[in-house]
Design a protein around this ligand. Sequence first.
Ligand code: COA
Length: 144
Amino acid sequence: MIPIFELTRDDFTISTDPARLDLDLIHRTLSTESYWAEGRSFDKVARAFAHSLPFGIYAPDGMLVGWARVVTDYATFANLSDVWVLASHRGRGLSKFLVGAILAHPDLQDLRRWSLFTRDAHGLYGQFGFTVIAEPEKAMERRS
Ligand SMILES: CC(C)(COP(=O)(O)OP(=O)(O)OC[C@H]1O[C@@H](n2cnc3c(N)ncnc32)[C@H](O)[C@@H]1OP(=O)(O)O)[C@@H](O)C(=O)NCCC(=O)NCCS
């Protein structure tokens, strides 16, 4: 069992407590606003979060204003997915707080590789050491 991890900055708290997540909000947002999970069912979103290490960003009033999830074996690799900050809270560094907190998680250290996919946020992740795949000929994928 991985202990719950929390970090607070400027009254915003990042927590990995799955019980705090507002899955209705996450599902509604991802399925209607994201370019990668459009139309995804509530069941699929909930299952994906249930089997990932979830990170929520909580405003001072306790409301969920951002999130991400990490798929990992806690030893060799981690994949960062579903990174989101509500439009009302963008442009104030919360996604950088989130990605920094994720990379600082004590059970996600010394991994061989972090991976993620992004259409246009390379400039965000680049600030944390992510680069485009150096040797794409060594990477494969199988898409449905
Ligand atoms: C991308 C997103 C998470 C950024 O959240 P945010 O809290 O507004 O971002 P921050 O204030 O922490 O700043 C992000 C930094 O990354 C940069 N950046 C690079 N690509 C970006 C992008 N596509 N969107 C937003 N910022 C981006 C910003 O310019 C900013 O740089 P700065 O350090 O010079 O200020 C947010 O806009 C969002 O949820 N968008 C919709 C979902 C999405 O695209 N998620 C990422 C999928 S991979």
